[in-house]
Write a protein that binds this ligand. Structure first.
Ligand SMILES: NC(=O)c1ccc[n+]([C@@H]2O[C@H](COP(=O)([O-])OP(=O)(O)OC[C@H]3O[C@@H](n4cnc5c(N)ncnc54)[C@H](OP(=O)(O)O)[C@@H]3O)[C@@H](O)[C@H]2O)c1
Length: 432
């Protein structure tokens, strides 16, 4: 960027936008020392000008229509901090890029859905589209892949990418409270959305981050295929306690890897042995493990969400833009990024933890184990916890490794069994 005075527009003044506003004001001098640029916030926008904010601002710079900021010839860099996967968020970014403005966003939903199109637009207009804050909050994971590990061949990325889920799973284990009680606490602490925490809990938030990581790590287009996505909503305290007894912890992992040059992206709860690094990432923390050649394994850990860490990543994007260099948003020219074929999930083989609630009657165990034999799934461990008061029992089974295809058949068999009173809970056991 050649200009000495650079004008910013901030669209969205919620948790992240309001913190960024204050951070930019606070760090103006520091930014000038580090980049030689004088920055000014000359435009802001939110849904309502009347809403009480935790900072004061000149009402003259408030734009009711955010697109007027994208079209304002005086604005050089725009922050999109609304958070929709399309709609007005897409329109703001698209218009700004077409008007040759640099764009910085924390919006993983937008990038996971429209990142290919928007990066092509940024390239064509010779401006930057930066989204470090979209994955891993304050952890500089995207920059690590794009810059630090630039010539490595990455073949697998494993991460705890959602602080809300990690907080809930950790807290259930330490406080012995139910999922719903801990979720309420997470909402009070601001970790989980107060109204609709669905996208955190069902794995969709993690999957959006996984799709962005895959595109960067493997130099491919963003995948849009259906992926294996399970959330943590069905996990009960019983499972956390049983996992502990078996020397495991339960974590929601986002995993992307190349298997025989095919892409395998998945998000699901995993049982991980307690002595593994990722099993010990607790609370709202995030962590990412990158496997590359020749670097080997790189591990990044840090605060994955919240205004502080997220604004740290946004500021890093801002300084990257101010320092100059038009960069490819996904690390290489759009034309070089090919689509990638998906790995057939039915072929994936792993061990499972299964828990089912049964009516505790004579013959129940043999009736259930027969279904396993019929589907050629061998049992490694079986624990039965009877509840004498209501004649019910919890049965926990750890299987030997088998294919997803055979497990699907097993679930059909189990769901038809007359003793099984609830849909079985199953959690995949992660080897690495
Ligand atoms: N919160 C986190 O910890 C975190 C972490 C990493 C990434 N992110 C990402 O950061 C982005 C912002 O998240 P957030 O937590 O700050 O969200 P938020 O608190 O819900 O704030 C959203 C902001 O967008 C404004 N807005 C909504 N519709 C608008 C419109 N049509 N025109 C102009 N402004 C509009 C809202 O205005 P009002 O204030 O007037 O309602 C609000 O200021 C999202 O992409 C999110 O995924 C968040």
């Amino acid at each position: 960027m050649n200009k000495k005075n650079v004008n910013l527009g901030i669209i969205g003044l919620g948790q992240i936008g309001s913190r960024l506003y204050k951070e930019v004001i606070l760090k103006r001098k520091d930014i000038e020392v580090k980049t030689g640029k004088k920055i000014n916030i000359i435009a802001i926008s939110a849904k309502s000008i009347k809403k009480k904010r935790n900072f004061s601002f000149n009402r003259k710079i408030f734009f009711k229509n955010p697109l007027n900021i994208s079209n304002n010839p005086k604005v050089d860099i725009i922050f999109e901090l609304i958070g929709l996967p399309g709609g007005i968020s897409k329109k703001i970014v698209e218009t700004a890029l077409k008007n040759k403005k640099h764009v910085i966003t924390a919006n993983k939903a937008l990038i996971a859905k429209n990142g290919d199109y928007l990066s092509k637009l940024a390239e064509a207009n010779k401006v930057n589209l930066e989204f470090e804050a979209a994955v891993g909050g304050g952890i500089p994971v995207l920059r690590t892949i794009k810059d630090g590990l630039i010539t490595n061949k990455i073949n697998k990325v494993v991460g705890i990418l959602n602080g809300t889920c990690n907080y809930i799973l950790t807290k259930m284990g330490s406080s012995k409270e139910s999922f719903s009680n801990v979720l309420k606490k997470a909402q009070l602490l601001g970790y989980a959305e107060p109204r609709n925490p669905k996208f955190d809990l069902n794995g969709a938030d993690t999957l959006a981050k996984v799709r962005i990581l895959s595109a960067l790590a493997f130099n491919k287009k963003i995948s849009s295929n259906q992926c294996l996505m399970d959330g943590i909503e069905n996990i009960e305290l019983k499972d956390i306690e049983m996992a502990d007894r078996l020397n495991f912890r339960i974590k929601l992992l986002g995993i992307t890897e190349l298997i025989n040059n095919k892409l395998f992206e998945r998000v699901h709860p995993c049982l991980i042995r307690k002595d593994k690094y990722i099993a010990n990432i607790n609370g709202a923390m995030n962590a990412v493990i990158l496997n590359g050649k020749p670097v080997g394994q790189s591990v990044l850990q840090g605060e994955g969400a919240g205004p502080g860490p997220t604004s740290s990543a946004l500021m890093s994007d801002l300084l990257s833009v101010l320092r100059g260099n038009i960069k490819y948003p996904f690390g290489l020219p759009h034309i070089k990024r090919k689509s990638i074929r998906n790995y057939d999930i039915n072929l994936y083989s792993n061990s499972l933890y299964l828990r089912f609630e049964v009516n505790d009657r004579p013959g129940v165990l043999s009736s259930i184990t027969k279904i396993f034999t019929k589907n050629k799934i061998s049992i490694k461990n079986l624990i039965q916890n009877p509840n004498k008061l209501n004649n019910k029992a919890s049965i926990v089974i750890i299987t030997h490794a088998n294919s997803e295809k055979n497990f699907k058949k097993l679930f059909v068999g189990l769901s038809k069994n007359k003793y099984v009173i609830k849909k079985p809970i199953f959690i995949r056991i992660e080897k690495n």
